[in-house]
Design a binder for this molecule. Sequence first.
Ligand code: ADP
Ligand code: MG
Length: 255
Amino acid sequence: MGYVIALANQKGGVGKTTTSVNLGACLADLGKKVLLIDLDPQGNATSGLGIDKKSIKQSVYDVLINDVDLSDIILPSSHKGMDIAPTTIALSGAEVELTSLMARETRLKDAFGSVKDEYNYILIDCPPSLGLLTINAFTACDSILIPVQSEYYALEGLSQLLNTIKLVRKHFNPDLKIEGVLLTMFDKRTNLGQQVNAEVKKFFGSQVYQTIIPRNVRLSEAPSHGEAIVDYDKRSTGAHVYQQLAKEVLANHGE
Ligand code: ADP
Ligand code: MG
């Protein structure tokens, strides 16, 4: 059975998509079969993995709203060993459309079917909000990986996120866990980075990954080439740190 990890933080621009794409690619390089579900209407993971959005016939939107099977929308990504459930901007309407549907919080979970058996890891790239799309991810997943950007107010909003996790545990998914907390866009030249690191560790303790993702311009360039960092520039710092993170994630799973 595939293990499902949602990458979430309602703040935008903290590294959710970058981490989904590159952690996924590095897990695939370690021999895992990986599916990335793009649950953000922006579709940055979809285009970042080389999918031309104009070519998409059915997307995550159809899975959530039109009862299309998840297996029917899956495409191979530009990275070997990783598939993607793509999204288009149509998904931006889903947040509202879901409101009036039956089983609105469990639609993603209900759509998995046999797809779960075909992958070792399924990553869900969440939108920057705590609305119904994110609730669907939290209901469908085993655990949540929280990227935290190394900046002032890094912890701001995290109590809301933890509160949402608590509510989902209570109503839909009692076994929901925190997979880990990842510091991103770290700048080791400033004291701020060290301060944020200490603060996040004080708050989350051993749930914080040893691996810290530094700022690396190659990581921000790779998506416009439709490639994961290990395909765009294998020798970059960005590639090395995401390889390290993938190993740490597997080690936490006893692999
Ligand atoms: P989110 O999905 O949380 O909104 P993204 O992963 O899209 O965040 O990252 C926001 C922006 O920052 C993107 O332009 C991305 O390319 C860039 N970025 C993410 N991580 C890094 C990093 N470690 N170093 C440099 N740029 C990064
Ligand atoms: Mg994103």
